[in-house]
Ligand binder design. Structure first.
Ligand SMILES: NC(=O)c1ccc[n+]([C@@H]2O[C@H](COP(=O)([O-])OP(=O)(O)OC[C@H]3O[C@@H](n4cnc5c(N)ncnc54)[C@H](OP(=O)(O)O)[C@@H]3O)[C@@H](O)[C@H]2O)c1
Length: 292
């Protein structure tokens, strides 16, 4: 299959490209810079130059393709509304090219739900505010073979430079302490990026329109365990801080860190015969590459 991948140079998209190329698919990646174009070419894919703001570049990439995977996102947390708007406009543009065809379209979203069958589109969450999922599922009603890949807030693996794990490590280094909020028994889901990439391919090849796939490796890691492994590797004290101090300590992550956001992967495993094989979050952190 010829697959157009946005975000093909990113932490997630680059392993999706590798997974697809290795499985014999032809890949065309969207690149907004010479550096990204070079990385995509080196991964064995062709390049369409453009950006999320250049909707014509998205159309031309999708027109060439038998399937589309949308991984690009402007990670500008100081203007999340603008990033979300660029995202849904890109999804609508890509979807408009695919109307009435059987060409699969995978849209990346966040988690925000316990199970695959839970609808998050009308919940007051940051994931719902991003509107990727709502926009994608509305396309299904218009005759697009669209589906949603829900990624947990922690996607981990070698080369992670700005994910939440790296941010937690950087905050611990800066403040000289690795805390958790309250008892730290609340849990976060996580996935290794190689397992996630494999699920993108299975979804592309097999999933029905309207599917919501949970790329969840660890269904729930207690945040206290995350703080402990970070403290151990950085040789820093691991302490509890009051929940109400979490935002002061962690910045925007502090609103999330005290919450239990564990999520299931049961239906995704059953429906798509996907079984995460890579190290879980704690084992991956214990390999040490996050601390070099
Ligand atoms: N990593 C995680 O922990 C995590 C967790 C949950 C959800 N997600 C979601 O997974 C998806 C992929 O994330 P990621 O971790 O791979 O992010 P990333 O490493 O920041 O990569 C983002 C990708 O989007 C591209 N991009 C950014 N702005 C663009 C623009 N204006 N026009 C065209 N391309 C643009 C980047 O291109 P350049 O290489 O040129 O910058 C890069 O290829 C996103 O939807 C993200 O929100 C990720």
């Amino acid at each position: 299959m010829k697959v157009f991948v946005t975000g093909a140079s990113g932490f997630v998209g680059s392993v999706v490209v590798h997974e697809l190329v290795t499985a014999g698919h032809q890949v065309v990646g969207l690149a907004r810079s010479d550096a990204s174009a070079a990385a995509i070419t080196a991964a064995g894919a062709a390049v369409v130059r453009g950006s999320l703001d250049d909707l014509e570049s998205l159309r031309s990439g999708a027109e060439l393709a038998d399937g589309v995977i949308h991984c690009a996102f402007m990670h500008n947390f100081s203007d999340y509304a603008a990033a979300a708007e660029a995202d849904w406009k890109a999804i609508e543009t890509l979807g408009a090219v695919l109307v009435g065809s059987k060409r699969p379209f995978i849209v990346t979203s966040g988690m925000g739900a316990k199970t695959e069958d839970d609808d998050i589109t009308n919940t007051p969450s940051a994931v719902a505010a991003r509107a990727s999922e709502k926009t994608a599922l509305e396309l299904v009603a218009q005759g697009v073979h669209a589906m949603v890949m829900r990624l947990p807030p922690i996607v981990h693996g070698e080369g992670d430079r700005h994910g939440f794990t790296t941010r937690l490590i950087n905050i611990a280094r800066e403040k000289g302490v690795s805390p958790y909020a309250g008892e730290g028994l609340n849990c976060w889901p996580a996935v290794h990026r190689i397992d996630a990439a494999h699920l993108y391919r299975l979804g592309l090849e097999n999933a029905p329109a309207g599917s919501r796939l949970h790329a969840v490796g660890d269904e729930g890691v207690p945040v206290r365990d995350i703080a402990e492994v970070i403290g151990r590797h950085l040789n820093l004290p691991v302490v509890s801080i009051p929940v109400e101090k979490a935002v002061e300590h962690f910045g925007f992550l502090g609103a999330l860190f005290p919450r239990d956001i564990s999520a299931s992967n049961k239906l995704t495993q059953e429906r798509f015969n996907w079984h995460p094989m890579q190290p879980g979050l704690i084992a991956d952190l214990d390999q040490g590459h996050y601390f070099n």
